[in-house]
Design a protein around this ligand. Structure first.
Ligand code: LLP
Length: 427
């Protein structure tokens, strides 16, 4: 867990540093990331799965060079899904053979770059991509290790935009109607490709393990079909990411060791029943590693009580640093962190500074009734998909990511400046 405590004055400290000092030194808003917590979570996944499996951190959740170094040191691999993420991974020193390259529409240039760099696997997402990657690999004189991403047809219980195993969506090749089997047939025929396994990612922010179990069952079913038809036992399966984290106290996340145990058991059991050698399992957690490790520190600008409704608390960021509330109806909590207060709780909505009414950070929460401009408030669990999905809406520069550890703070992604924004404007 995060090393969060309150000092004698009610000031929250993290990694041994008070939030007032952090705000003074780095400004607000800022993402404050607890490095020890990040490393501990990464290590917990690594340990839970052990040497017989691979953990690929999903870089889309949050990626920077420092993060890449931590992952490398903790023995994790890395999943990237664009040329930009690949560039960051390589620049941070991740060995290319520990990188997996994803995406439903990788460009020819991206594919070429990934193959030249020597990525450990490319996850193929369509029939056209199978041919495209095979062609590029061949022209480079490489036999590229690949997996085929399939959709197993389970409905993950999560928001529609982040569910990915049902068939009516853009990712993967459906198992249904023999389409995935046909994709395997084609991949096995192309000498630019070495098909090492099957990939399934059922969605994100999931608590119920049954979706993963159904996915594992169906993927093993495909491995058996492949063995029966081609006499080949594919050596790997990847079951994707998607483990949910606690955004509010209502959420009850599974621990990495529970997940590892459940997945290893079901794959083992299914393979034994099918007479298959158990493949090497890999997983791709993003949110579950980085999500809980950071909070966003904001300064309160205005407090506007609307009689009979609620009080609107405006902070110095908003939907440009956290789009998740507006986009997915995501729930967050919030706390006053710069002082203690005995005041009664009041119902608030924490909103940003952007020019639209949907600019909500925390829809419903309680903060002390004496809340005032200048107070610092923190929104926890913003490590995943906040900085990585941040925008410059209203030409607001994006906040920095500050890593804290053992009483020291350092910027790992600096704050954007107005000059950064103007540099792109060449008209
Ligand atoms: N592997 C693949 C192939 C994925 O597409 C994803 C997430 C992951 C792994 C990591 O999933 P995680 O463990 O982080 O749930 N922006 C959305 C989440 C989109 C997830 C996209 N893919 C959000 O803010 O909730």
């Amino acid at each position: 867990a995060q090393t969060v405590t309150r000092d004698a004055h009610g000031v929250v400290t993290v990694g041994g540093i008070g939030v007032k000092q952090l705000a003074e030194e780095f400004g607000t808003p800022a993402y404050i990331l607890d490095e020890a917590d990040f490393r501990a979570r990464a290590r917990a996944w690594r340990t839970a799965f052990g040497p017989g499996a691979d953990v690929f951190y999903a870089g889309k959740a949050f990626l920077s060079r420092a993060v890449v170094r931590w992952l490398d040191e903790e023995g994790l691999n890395l999943d990237v899904c664009s040329g930009g993420e690949l560039a960051t991974a390589l620049s941070g020193g991740m060995p290319a053979d520990r990188i997996a390259f994803h995406g439903n529409n990788k460009s020819t240039a991206e594919i070429e770059r990934a193959i030249r760099a020597g990525v450990g696997r490319i996850v193929l997402d369509s029939f056209q991509e199978i041919v495209r990657v095979a062609h590029i690999a061949r022209s480079l004189g490489v036999r590229q290790r690949v997996q085929i991403r399939v959709t197993v047809g389970v409905e993950a219980h999560t928001h529609e935009f982040i569910a990915t195993a049902h068939e009516d969506q853009k990712f993967g090749i459906p198992l249904a109607g023999g389409q995935a089997a046909e994709a395997v047939r084609r991949a096995l025929q192309l000498d630019g490709l070495e098909l090492i396994g099957i990939h399934s990612h059922i969605g994100s922010q999931i608590f119920d393990m049954s979706g993963f179990e159904v996915a594992a069952h169906r993927v093993v079913g495909l491995l058996r079909e492949i063995r029966d038809e081609h006499g080949v036992e594919l050596p790997e399966i990847d079951l994707g990411g998607g483990l949910g984290i606690a955004y509010t106290s209502d959420d009850d996340p599974r621990e990495p060791h529970e997940i590892a145990k459940a997945l290893t058991e079901i794959v083992g059991r299914e393979c034994e029943a099918a007479g298959l050698r158990t493949p090497r399992i890999s997983v791709e957690p993003g949110r579950a590693i980085v999500g809980p490790t950071a909070f966003t520190l904001y300064e309160v600008g205005t407090v506007k009580p609307l009689a009979g409704l609620r009080t609107y608390v405006s902070v110095d960021g908003g939907m440009s640093d956290n789009i998740r509330t507006a986009l997915y109806d995501a729930e967050y909590s919030v706390a006053l962190v710069s002082r203690a207060s005995d005041a009664e709780p009041m119902l608030v909505r924490v909103v940003g500074k952007h020019c639209e009414s949907g600019d909500i950070v925390v829809r419903d929460a309680f903060l002390p009734a004496d809340l005032a401009p200048g107070d610092l408030i923190a929104v926890p669990a913003t490590g995943a998909y906040c900085r990585s999905m941040a925008s410059n809406y209203n030409h607001v520069p994006r906040p920095p990511v500050v890593a804290v550890r053992d009483g020291e703070a350092r910027v790992i992604v600096r704050r954007e400046t107005e000059e950064d924004l103007l540099r792109l404007d060449v008209g």
